[in-house]
Design a protein around this ligand. Structure first.
Ligand code: FAD
Length: 427
């Protein structure tokens, strides 16, 4: 059994630490910040565990719509002009990734096994960590104005069917049962019963870390700075609090993984796809509107999720220069859309706002598996829009690789070498 440094305690690092410690390894979990804190993408996301998220962001024909989408102030995607020079190569790769039906299907086929059974996997992890109530399995609802709008998304639903995702069509009374307060304008739904959601992602990450510590993991409040390699093998991880001598390291540092991955021989194009949320806060003990099942409207593209804090609406993609201040108008847009979706929210409900960074590769697939320049370094980052859902399967892959077992998941599609290799491993 190995001494493993897990770098990063977001949902991916937390799942890795919990899985590895129970697989018999010695684990040191390195993160300078509080697990589940607002600095991390894992804090404020839509909280969906969706097997239906196999549909890539890049789909055929997107290149025709993208310029208009990027320039629209009210749309789901926004590009700040100052970000364009740095982002252009990533954007081109992104558009190419899903440019044909075959390419989009290949991405869906790679996401399928990562997302299959994700809600059940989380339910088990939450149970084992002593927080079963944080994972709810009542399915997820995709809402449309009418059947025609649903049928216009036949390509996306075909990709889902191809990955074994099942859904039930619901109209009329069946739809009202699932979403009693939904605006009358939505008369058609596709309910994915296998999906689930988390009622408090921040508390869930913290609970997984706490459970790992109870099982013997050591937590180090430090930032990993360098991987010290010797003769092509990992000797230690150098941190702001000294060296962690280890046999293996898992890079799970979200948007900050790029530099560490480069030290292990892989140059990965990672963009910060910024997203926002707004929470209509709980009043007393009740949500302002009853939302028994999370809802994604076909127009607006935002997750509407019942959480312990209130109704969370999360979405938006914003590309901005690194370090740029949040543009809270993106969160205000979510608030306006939510008020259209749930007319009962029109009143004076307190709203809190958050911005976070999705660690996104251009092809929408995470980077998982052994680093090109050092077999002791494992990548577990780049989960983009699906990190909550895909974290347990990613962690299991890390455990299988470290134990020398044949992985249940073929790591081929996720390898870092699909991007250009860095020239100087260890530098
Ligand atoms: C608005 C929004 C909605 C979303 N909705 C969903 C959804 O509904 N379902 C879903 O599956 N996904 C969703 N996502 C995506 C999901 O949130 C991310 O993919 C996921 O949280 C990434 O997790 P992570 O652990 O890789 O990164 P993070 O959560 O960002 O964690 C990375 C951690 O690494 C630490 N770190 C960074 N650098 C270092 C270093 N040098 N040394 C040590 N530690 C370091 C950080 O402090 C941080 O704690 C959404 C994202 C956003 C922004």
């Amino acid at each position: 059994m190995a001494r493993v440094a897990v770098i990063g305690a977001g949902i991916v690092g937390a799942c890795c630490a919990f899985t590895l410690i129970r697989d018999g390894h010695t684990v040191v979990l390195i993160d300078p910040a509080e697990p589940g804190g607002p600095h991390a993408a894992s804090h404020g996301n839509g909280a969906w565990f969706s097997p239906a998220s196999v549909v890539p962001m890049s789909v055929p024909g997107l290149w025709r719509q993208l310029p208009g989408m990027l320039l629209s102030r009210e749309g789901p995607v926004r590009l700040r002009a100052a970000a364009l020079p740095g982002l252009a190569p990533w954007l081109l790769r992104f558009l190419r990734a899903g440019a044909t039906p075959e390419r989009a299907s290949a991405i869906a086929a790679a996401l399928g096994p990562l997302l299959r059974g994700c809600a059940a996997r989380h339910a088990q992890l939450a149970q084992d960590a002593g927080v079963p109530a944080l994972v709810v399995r009542r399915g997820l609802l995709y809402a449309y104005p009418d059947r025609e709008a649903f049928e216009r998304e036949a390509f996306a639903w075909g990709l889902r069917r191809g990955q074994g995702v099942a859904w039930q069509v619901c109209e009329g009374e069946a739809l009202r049962m699932l979403a009693p307060s939904l605006a009358d304008a939505y008369r058609f739904g596709a309910h994915v019963p296998e999906g689930g959601h988390c009622t408090d992602p921040a508390a869930y990450v913290a609970a997984l870390v706490a459970a790992s510590e109870r099982s013997g993991a050591q937590r180090l409040r430090a930032a990993a700075l360098r991987l010290r390699l010797h003769a092509g093998r990992l000797a230690a991880v150098q941190t702001t609090q000294g060296e962690v001598v280890c046999d293996a390291a898992v890079i799970a540092a979200g948007i900050n993984a790029v530099d560490l991955a480069r030290q292990a021989g892989d140059r990965v194009p990672l963009a910060a796809e910024r997203g926002y949320h707004a929470v209509f806060e709980m009043q007393g003990v009740a949500l302002p509107v009853p939302v028994p099942v999370p809802v994604m409207p076909s127009d607006g593209r935002m997750a509407n999720t019942p959480t312990r804090q209130g109704l969370r609406v999360a979405g938006q993609v914003e590309f901005a220069p690194p370090g740029a201040a949040p543009d809270w108008r993106r969160a205000d847009l979510l608030v306006r859309q939510a008020r259209r979706l749930w007319p009962a929210l029109a009143g004076d409900v307190a709203v809190s706002r958050w911005m976070g960074q999705r660690p996104s590769t251009p092809d929408g697939l995470p980077v998982l598996g052994r680093a090109s320049g050092c077999p002791d370094v494992l990548h577990a980052f780049g989960h983009g829009h699906v990190g909550m859902a895909a974290a347990p399967a990613s962690a299991q892959l890390m455990a299988d690789l470290l134990a020398g077992r044949t992985p249940g998941l073929d790591p081929g599609p996720y390898r870092a070498a699909r991007f250009a290799r860095a020239h100087s491993p260890g530098l």
